[in-house]
Ligand binder design. Structure first.
Ligand SMILES: *[C@@H]1O[C@H](CO)[C@@H](O)[C@H](O)[C@H]1NC(C)=O
Ligand SMILES: *[C@@H]1O[C@H](CO)[C@@H](O)[C@H](O)[C@H]1NC(C)=O
Ligand SMILES: *[C@@H]1O[C@H](CO)[C@@H](O)[C@H](O)[C@H]1NC(C)=O
Ligand SMILES: *[C@@H]1O[C@H](CO)[C@@H](O)[C@H](O)[C@H]1NC(C)=O
Ligand SMILES: *[C@@H]1O[C@H](CO)[C@@H](O)[C@H](O)[C@H]1NC(C)=O
Length: 367
């Protein structure tokens, strides 16, 4: 069962000659960047009325004498865009004071981070894109109208290797020129966001762009072939110090050497730095010149340098080895020793010591 409640509505009729009670709304507008103390507006005084602030706002001052409305502190559209105040009069009536705080372009665009790390493979083709995080604008109804890329290292200069591509509110960095990590392996750029205010405001974010290595450099010996004189007596088993370089990074640049042929005679040292003779007997046998004992044949050995990329890249070096024969070796050694004759003075008989500087002393020269 439903119960119905009746309401009685009392209508109050005021005496004919009295001023009618009224409730009105007064609208003011003020720009959020207005200076403190500025008069925003003024109420119109009705004869015989007094005014009193009933509900105020800490940022707005109402003067009951002059009826002026002014700012008493800084306004901010982003935190309070409508200020609602209440003024009561005597004889009684109500005035709603509505102050609209208008937005001005007082906020810079804002990036989530001051810094973005970006990696691009050095083989990235022209047109390759990587997405960037863009900025937002805290001002109401204002958006980022444009982004630009500025070279951080060449102050204020526009980037040449990279460009920007914008689509559906997203922003991408685009490779517009061929990259080469071996030439330059990192870039510092500044992404500048500009809002659509007049005048506009901007802010920026640093892009640290790292170019990732791909295995695009061959090991490099600097030479294709080299002639070496090898003397087993003085050189031990070390024939040649291997010194290829590889411009790539990490595994792509790590080199391992290998003897391509004659690995029964030659080998690479454990530490991957020297070409060594494994079997000297065989080397001397194979280089012996039967007609001219003084002039041995050259022996060629090919060394392969391979990096550890996937797939690896290889280069070769031909080493021509001439074994400097023993005869030549001996002659060389003798010749070298000639200026340094080792002279020792030896007394033949020790009992002559008392007569050390006498006539009878005998000397023996030993070479
Ligand atoms: C902001 O944009 C909205 C929607 O487009 C619009 O209704 C509002 O009036 C705008 N405000 C200002 C202050 O321009
Ligand atoms: C964005 O800025 C660049 C460089 O300042 C300018 O060339 C381009 O015209 C601008 N684009 C728009 C849509 O304003
Ligand atoms: C960014 O703002 C500063 C200061 O207003 C101005 O000097 C600079 O030219 C602006 N940069 C861009 C790219 O608009
Ligand atoms: C390696 O050493 C040889 C002989 O000393 C030299 O000619 C060559 O330039 C060197 N190569 C590199 C890449 O340093
Ligand atoms: C070295 O070579 C000689 C001659 O060819 C051979 O007789 C000998 O067995 C080899 N030595 C080794 C350790 O291989």
């Amino acid at each position: 069962m439903k119960k119905f409640i009746q309401f009685l509505i009392f209508i109050i009729f005021l005496p004919k000659n009295a001023v009618a009670f009224s409730e009105e709304t007064v609208d003011f507008e003020v720009s959020e960047d207005v200076e403190i103390g500025k008069v925003i507006g003024k109420l119109t005084r009705l004869d015989g009325f007094t005014y009193r602030l009933s509900r105020g706002n800490s940022k707005i001052h109402f003067d009951p004498e002059t009826l002026e409305v002014s700012t008493s502190s800084k306004l901010d559209h982003e935190s309070e865009d409508l200020i609602d105040m209440l003024i009561i009069t005597n004889p009684p009536s109500i005035i709603h004071l509505m102050i609209k705080v208008l937005d001005v372009n007082d906020n810079d665009p804002r990036f989530l981070n001051d810094f973005q790390q970006i990696s691009i493979p050095e083989t990235a083709p022209i047109g390759w894109r990587v997405s960037l995080s863009g900025a937002i604008d805290p001002d109401t109804n204002r958006t980022i109208s444009n982004y630009t890329l500025v070279d951080e290292e060449e102050e204020e200069k526009e980037a040449r290797i990279f460009g920007l591509f914008q689509s559906d509110g997203l922003i991408y960095m685009e490779v517009i020129e061929k990259l080469d990590r071996e030439l330059k392996n990192e870039y510092k750029m500044r992404l500048v966001a500009i809002d659509d205010g007049i005048p506009s405001r901007n802010s920026s974010c640093l892009l640290h762009i790292q170019i990732l290595d791909t295995n695009d450099n061959f090991p490099d010996f600097g030479i294709r072939s080299i002639d070496i004189k090898y003397n087993p007596k003085t050189d031990g088993n070390k024939i040649f110090r291997l010194n290829a370089t590889d411009a790539d990074e990490a595994e792509n640049g790590r080199i391992t050497y290998k003897v391509v042929e004659n690995d029964d005679i030659f080998e690479i040292s454990q530490d991957n730095t020297y070409l060594l003779v494994k079997n000297n007997t065989k080397l001397e046998e194979e280089t012996k010149n039967t007609r001219d004992n003084e002039k041995n044949e050259k022996k060629k050995v090919t060394i392969e340098a391979s990096d550890h990329g996937t797939p690896p890249l290889v280069s070769f070096l031909d080493i021509w080895i001439q074994v400097v024969d023993n005869l030549e070796g001996k002659r060389k050694n003798r010749n070298m020793n000639e200026p340094n004759i080792n002279i020792r003075w030896v007394f033949e008989k020790t009992n002559w010591v008392s007569d050390f500087f006498g006539e009878k002393k005998k000397l023996k020269m030993i070479f």
